[in-house]
Ligand binder design. Structure first.
Ligand code: F6R
Length: 608
């Protein structure tokens, strides 16, 4: 969603803002803008389109020159993408950028209009806040911001400058993410750490309702009541390179290659003497024994990781697991009790629906566990317990490494819970844990072995109008993710379907040449899946079968076979995910799409 940046310091502010915004491009946007103090006056430049469009415009019309300012990439919610609707927006003495949603903007607009404030230029909720702040502004910025916060409802973050407070940037966080970077003699605001990592690794996390003031290169803070707040300075544990493409053409392929390391870094600290041990996350065997039911709640790819979690936890630990999309869960009046565990999975830790699902679960008395990648994010901070995945920053909109580390946490949880519940012997648990420890090597080999094959097979997919992913059991759970990956970046329609369910309706869609990708890694189900593959093949489908290196597949059933290493059956999604990611990636590349920033999508979905 939208990205906010701000800067106060000795560098050329416009350059810093544009460069920091470039690092937030992954969040998704359709317009961009900056506002900078130039000779004590605020100069604004904004444009529909990409940051390159903004840069071109500034080359033509003159770039604001100064040392303090704010910037924004907008993902349109209120009003179409246009120059006018782009941020920053201004009242007479106030200019601001905004991420999130102002729920009661219509009422506020009404209030302002009835107080003779009529000059609204855009369709945005943001401009209404700028006008409201201006309405309250009596020369004291903090007082005006506090008054504004009392009136405005929603989840949002703002970067603000006041015309008569040159070279000072104000920022406020209400739910939506915002960090404040502190360099030497310079300070920053940003929606996410990658924006500032090229300048400083040191940052503060703004809490809900806190206001930051950046002046003379130093950040200071106060709370909703105007009281000064001392905050802990944090240090990002990854370097500038992790937010750069390096030798790779796209972030997505870089992140696919980072998966062995990401999985290793995620599981290693959670294994003690060959056994799963989540105690560093505050989770003990006693706790795991106590839950009657588990709910896994998440969105998109994270929800698909939860589907794998369901199969594995139920199979090994014999505890019933329900998987819900967060957007459904929050409105379906779920039946939860104190004996239930709700697991929220989220890469960003800021997804609006997942956050609300977490709040609801807490209100209903369930214990909550967050599986989150971004340190200090809202979901991580608000859940009772958190298991951090250590994927490092995921920049490509299409999630790959975050998915695989989420899977590895699902396995750790399932193994420890199964052992705690007495459903898995120590020997079995050690064996499975050792197999999990061996997966990074198997993942690395799978990537090396399959890049060329997947690149080739993807050329057979680019002309398809629609395709199907099929599988049974864990393969079905994985095929959901394969299908999402393909459709989000290749723009080819695709569905995942339980293979055994095909003949109850969906098989009528099969026409000559339609690609069907069958995931067939579960040996106990192989024969049945192969029969389903033959059913579609005999009706004209072009079949691509993903199976392990040892399975014998009737050559008549498959046009193409993609073989992955045979590892423990329950762990097969850890390697079988790779060809699905690579097929999606190369199909998108071959179609000439913007792989890392697919149309209409945002990396972090912070609005409902
Ligand atoms: C797809 C993708 C999305 C996210 C979903 C949840 O590749 O990345 O489906 O998985 O928006 O996001 P997080 O995990 O940040 O809650």
């Amino acid at each position: 969603m939208c990205g906010i940046v701000g800067y106060v310091g000795p560098r050329d502010c416009s350059d810093v803002l544009v460069s920091a915004l470039t690092k937030l491009e992954y969040r998704g946007y359709d317009s961009a803008g900056i506002a900078v103090f130039e000779n004590n006056a605020i100069k604004v430049a904004k444009s529909k389109g990409r940051l390159t469009d903004l840069t071109k415009k500034m080359q033509k019309e003159g770039k604001p020159i100064g040392h303090a300012g704010i910037g924004h990439t907008r993902w349109a919610t209120h009003g179409e993408p246009s120059d006018i609707n782009s941020h920053p927006h201004s009242g007479k003495r106030v200019t601001l950028v905004h991420n999130g949603i102002i729920e009661n903007y219509k009422e506020i607009k009404q209030f302002l209009m009835s107080n003779d404030r009529r000059g609204f230029l855009s369709d945005t909720d943001t401009e209404v806040v700028a006008q409201l702040l201006d309405f309250y502004y009596d020369g004291d910025p903090i007082r005006a911001i506090r008054k504004m916060l009392h009136e405005v409802r929603g989840s949002f973050a703002l970067g603000i400058i006041f015309a008569d407070r040159p070279d000072t940037v104000y920022a406020v966080r209400c739910e939506s993410p915002l960090i404040v970077g502190q360099g030497s003699g310079e300070a920053f605001i940003a929606s996410d750490v990658p924006a500032i990592i090229q300048y400083t690794k040191n940052y503060y996390l703004l809490d809900h309702g806190e206001i930051a003031v950046l002046k003379n290169g130093i950040a200071s803070f106060c709370d909703l009541h105007g009281r000064m707040v001392e905050k802990e300075l944090k240090t990002a544990d990854w370097d500038e390179d992790s937010a750069e493409k390096g030798e790779y053409e796209h972030f997505m392929i870089k992140e696919i290659h980072e998966q062995p390391t990401a999985v290793k870094t995620t599981i290693t600290p959670r294994i003690e003497n060959g056994m799963p041990d989540l105690s560093e996350c505050g989770i003990t065997p006693d706790m795991l024994r106590g839950y009657q039911r588990i709910f896994i709640v998440a969105c998109g790819t994270a929800m698909h990781a939860g589907m794998v979690g369901k199969y594995v936890i139920e199979r090994l630990a014999r505890v019933p697991v329900t998987v819900d999309m967060a957007s459904e869960f929050r409105y379906r009046d779920p039946l939860l009790s104190e004996e239930d565990l709700v697991v929220i999975i989220s890469q960003s830790g800021e997804t609006a629906d997942s956050k609300e699902a977490l709040n609801l679960s807490k209100r209903l008395g369930a214990k909550t566990l967050a599986v989150v990648n971004v340190k200090g994010s809202s979901i991580a901070r608000e859940a009772d317990m958190v298991i951090y995945t250590h994927a490092g920053p995921e920049i490509a909109v299409a999630s790959t490494k975050a998915y695989l580390v989420q899977l590895s946490v699902m396995y750790l949880l399932a193994f420890e819970m199964a052992y705690a519940n007495g459903k898995l012997s120590e020997e079995e648990c050690r064996r499975l844990t050792a197999s999990l420890v061996a997966t990074p090597a198997a993942i690395a080999k799978t990537i090396d072995d399959l890049v060329d094959d997947c690149q080739y097979i993807s050329t057979k997919l680019i002309t398809a109008d629609s395709l199907l992913y099929i599988g049974r059991g864990l393969d079905y759970a994985l095929s959901m993710e394969g299908s999402l990956k393909l459709k989000e970046i290749s723009y080819i329609h695709s569905e995942s379907y339980a293979a055994g369910e095909l003949k109850h309706g969906t098989i009528s869609l099969i026409v000559d040449g339609m690609p069907v990708i069958a995931v067939a890694t579960q040996n106990t189900l192989l024969e049945k899946t192969v029969s389903n593959i033959k059913e579609v093949k005999s009706r004209g489908a072009m079949t691509i079968v993903v199976c392990d290196e040892l399975s014998s597949i009737d050559p008549e059933a498959a046009d193409y076979i993609i073989r992955v290493p045979r590892i423990e059956e329950v762990l097969m999604p850890m390697v079988a995910a790779i060809p699905l990611q690579l097929l999606a990636y190369y199909t998108s590349v071959n179609k000439g799409n913007d792989v890392d920033k697919p149309r209409n999508l945002a990396k972090s979905v912070t609005v409902e």
